[in-house]
Design a protein around this ligand. Structure first.
Ligand SMILES: [Fe+2]
Length: 243
């Protein structure tokens, strides 16, 4: 008798210790350099007048023999039905810096995430989009990690990796099923602590980030790693649900 098919959970919460254990062959300096590269991000020009709370870089890669091979830089697009705020528009983000794109730590990190996806993904036909994002909270303005509210990204899987959390409150990660019922919530606190979602099976959101106490500014740095079929430039998938 064949085994009954058991569908995996549509998300996985990976502790920082597990990610760091997979990076032990890399020295601490290289890991520190990767985290510090978030200091060199560029302003996100698509937030609306006067909004300066988000900085980012983005590049797309193929995985070739376990290493990341960057593809020619292009605009980032999402379908209008996926992202009501920016969907249908081509957003031009600065590319990830060469040294970061070629970092063995980054490649090892992506391989580690790939091993933990909550479902199958064919690397030979797949691509990987990497976003470096910094949300800045100040006394004047909170930072919005997800200004579109509860949403989907339009990929197959998305890994949300915390890189830095300094002088901030809030930023709670929340997942919902396709009927918008709450499924999971957590506060990522440790560098490299990660949530990986099956973007076709859950919606997600992140609460606002506020500066802590009397401090002037706080930051929350995230790496988002999108996994999607190669050539899926409009980032659509075939699992529509409530918005
Ligand atoms: Fe998202």
């Amino acid at each position: 008798m064949s085994e009954p098919y058991v569908m995996s959970e549509p998300y996985v919460h990976v502790p920082a210790t597990e990610i760091l254990a997979a990076l032990t062959e890399h020295d601490e300096i290289a890991i520190k350099h990767l985290r510090e590269s978030w200091d060199g991000l560029r302003a996100d020009r698509y937030l609306g007048p006067g909004a300066t709370y988000r900085r980012r870089r983005y590049s797309e890669f193929r995985l070739t023999r376990g290493t990341l091979e960057r593809v020619p830089h292009g605009a980032f697009r999402q379908a209008a039905e996926i992202n009501p705020l920016h969907g249908g528009a081509a957003r031009e983000f600065a590319p990830i810096e060469q040294e970061v794109a070629e970092s063995p730590v980054l490649a090892a990190l992506v391989r580690t995430l790939l091993d933990r996806l909550p479902g199958s993904f064919d690397v030979s036909t797949g691509a990987v989009g990497i976003h470096q994002i910094r949300i800045i909270a100040s006394r004047d303005a909170e930072g919005l990690p997800a200004p579109e509210g509860i949403h989907e990204d339009g990929h197959h899987f998305v890994a949300q990796v915390l890189m830095r959390r300094e002088n901030v409150e809030g930023g709670v990660s929340q997942l919902y099923d396709r009927e918008m019922a709450p499924l999971f919530r957590t506060l990522l606190t440790e560098p490299f602590e990660t949530v990986i979602i099956d973007d076709r099976r859950v919606f997600h959101g992140v609460s606002a980030v506020e500066v802590a106490g009397d401090l002037p500014v706080g930051v929350r740095d995230m790496m988002l790693v999108d996994f999607f079929p190669r050539g899926d430039r409009d980032r659509t998938h075939d699992c529509p649900g409530p918005r």
